[in-house]
Design a protein around this ligand. Structure first.
Ligand code: FES
Length: 170
């Protein structure tokens, strides 16, 4: 008789422990689901690509960050905001000229976003870039640093070819 009671007591305890574990797992899952995403999109840290993908002299657009990743010759990777410092148009990169050329009013910037010509008051703004625990580059779009003022030209190279702006600007 006492052996049956002991078995029942053991089964009851096992059930209680099992239910407790299931409850804890449920609470953990809910807590995990309610955590903010690692890459919340523009305005936060945007996950992009591995640093090895960004070769010297290349320009990689990261649309979600509204930015370009660039590794200047002999330099570290930088993130340039694609928003023109004049009136905010998106500034595309022109492969043929090797420059950023704003289609709205014709401001041009060199490979590292320094001001070259046009009505913009400064070079392209930048965002901090860091390598995450997953080895990927994160662009902090919540932080922005003003681009260099006109006249600052640390990369003084001629255009690599014709401009993408065939029509010109008034
Ligand atoms: S918005 Fe780019 S030059 Fe005006």
């Amino acid at each position: 008789m006492s052996s049956i009671l002991t078995r029942r007591a053991l089964l009851a305890r096992t059930w209680k422990v099992g239910l407790g574990l299931i409850g804890a797992a449920g609470i953990w899952s809910m807590w995990d689901l309610l955590q903010p995403l690692a890459t919340p999109g523009f305005g936060g840290k945007v996950r992009s690509v591995a640093a090895s993908v960004i070769t010297e002299g290349s320009v990689t657009e990261v649309s979600e960050a509204r930015a370009y990743l660039v590794r200047p010759p002999g330099g570290d990777i930088i993130a340039l905001s694609s928003k023109c410092t004049h009136l905010g148009c998106k500034v595309p990169y022109c492969e043929s000229s090797g420059r950023f050329e704003c289609p709205c009013h014709g401001t041009t910037f060199n490979l590292i976003g320094e001001y070259l010509t046009g009505p913009a008051p400064r070079g392209m703004d930048t965002h901090p870039v860091e390598v995450g625990a997953d080895g990927l580059l994160y662009i902090d779009t919540g932080t922005r640093e003003d681009g260099p003022v006109p006249g600052v030209l640390t990369l003084d190279e001629p255009a690599t070819g014709p401009s993408c702006d065939e029509g010109g600007h008034a």
